[in-house]
Design a protein around this ligand. Structure first.
Ligand code: SAM
Length: 293
């Protein structure tokens, strides 16, 4: 049985009951699946990493477009329908693994070399319970290897990834994702397109990975700590939020002085700083923290 059957028919045929704990909301609308694959702009030069192929509805379409597909699925009970798909598509391997524990880098390097592929793209209808960790794992560990990531995610998360500074959706994840990539919302998808239906609406986002960072950082690690501290206490003035974070190693006076150098008021809140301003502030504070060590 391949992907010519609907998810419902496949669940009956293979005796599969969707697991809520693994975020199993299967796509039940082939037109939406085609659109996601089209937004991902896949060619035969691409190695595609699919996270959570589920019943394989999107996996088969990806294999038709890509040079090679590596699909990583944690749920052993889905291996039977997915293995059947491998017989139809010789350019597909299924890994029965937890994507957060697997050595994805080694897998990418091996498949790229074996099949002579030049680019890697990630495509997934992500399990909602672990959306942000998966996105950040790919960006923090593999941004240099990837050209784009196309994800179906919860609509509210998509809005946070693409938010502008100063708005209610703007936060640490906006700054972090924007540092590595240029995100855009491609389409909105209603809950009725899934089986079982989730309680939330969804959106497809594509993150085009930047070839060069948008600003120069003296320490990327320190920058992410500054951003985390700023949004941990987003209702607080930035000078208080940052000086309250012991891992930054700066006093309130030092933060106020750095803000002054940037022509920013000492009462400013983190949510109004643009990502580039966070970069500038992080460089100033990093230098101060190193001197007082
Ligand atoms: N791609 C399929 C679709 O669109 O119908 C299924 C998407 S469903 C929202 C998420 C899939 O991710 C499920 O198949 C689930 O078992 C899988 N999954 C959940 N956690 C995972 C993890 N840590 N590693 C790999 N796969 C995971």
């Amino acid at each position: 049985m391949g992907n010519t059957y609907s998810p419902k028919e496949m669940m009956v045929a293979y005796g599969i009951a969707p697991k809520k704990s693994l975020g199993q909301n299967f796509l039940n609308n082939l037109e939406v699946v085609r659109e996601i694959v089209s937004y991902a702009q896949i060619s035969k030069e691409d190695l595609v990493i699919e996270v959570g192929p589920g019943l394989g509805v999107m996996t088969g379409m990806l294999a038709e477009e890509a040079g090679y597909v590596a699909a990583i699925e944690i749920d052993r009970s889905l291996m039977e329908p997915l293995s059947a798909l491998c017989k139809i598509h010789p350019n597909l391997t299924i890994y029965n693994e937890d994507v957060m524990k697997m050595n994805v880098g080694a897998c990418m390097a091996e498949l790229k070399a074996t099949y002579g592929l030049s680019r890697v793209k990630v495509v997934a209808n992500l399990p909602y319970y672990i959306t942000t960790p998966i996105i950040m794992m790919f960006l923090e560990q593999y941004a240099g290897e990837l050209s784009s990531l196309t994800f179906m995610i919860q609509k509210e998360v998509a809005e946070r990834l693409t938010a502008k500074s100063g708005g209610k959706d703007y936060g640490a994840i906006t700054v972090a994702v924007g540092y590595f990539s240029e995100p855009q919302i491609c389409m909105h998808v209603g809950a009725h397109c899934f089986i079982p239906q989730p309680n939330v609406d969804s959106a497809v986002v594509r993150l085009d990975v930047r070839e060069n960072p948008p600003f120069v950082l003296d320490s990327q690690d320190y920058f992410f700590k500054v951003v985390r501290a700023a949004f941990c206490q987003r209702r607080k003035m930035l000078a208080n939020a940052l000086s309250n974070a012991p891992y930054l190693g700066v006093t309130r006076e030092q933060v106020v002085e750095a803000l002054g150098k940037m022509s920013l008021n000492d009462k400013v809140r983190g949510e109004v700083l643009t990502p580039a301003q966070f970069g500038q502030l992080s460089n100033l504070l990093y230098s101060v923290s190193q001197k007082s060590k």
